[in-house]
Structures are given as structure tokens and as C-alpha cells.
Write a protein that binds this ligand. Structure first.
Ligand SMILES: [Zn+2]
Length: 46
């Protein structure tokens, strides 16, 4: 039994009215994630 490793593929970006950057990710297995970044802070992770 192998362990599935999710592969996050970016599905799009959106900016909310409150100034948050919302990024959607999805894996081929159907799993999804949503990351919310505060644009105000201006410190993107590299
Ligand atoms: Zn997966």
C-alpha cells in the first residue's frame, strides 16, 4: 500500500474586497486547498 503524495496545482487567484489574496490548488486525486494571503503584509513565501 503506497502513500499518495498530493501534487498541488494552482487553479487560480482571486483578490477579495478586504484585500486578501485567495489562491486555489487542486490535486489530480480530487483534493483541493485554499490558501489566503494578506496582501497588506507584503511578505510572500519563496
Ligand atoms: Zn492527491
Amino acid at each position: 500500500m503506497s502513500i499518495h503524495v498530493h501534487v498541488r496545482v494552482s487553479g487560480g487567484l482571486a483578490v477579495t474586497e478586504s484585500g486578501e489574496l485567495v489562491e486555489d490548488y487542486r490535486c489530480g486525486c480530487g483534493a483541493t486547498w485554499t490558501d489566503v494571503h494578506r496582501v497588506d503584509e507584503g511578505q510572500p513565501e519563496i
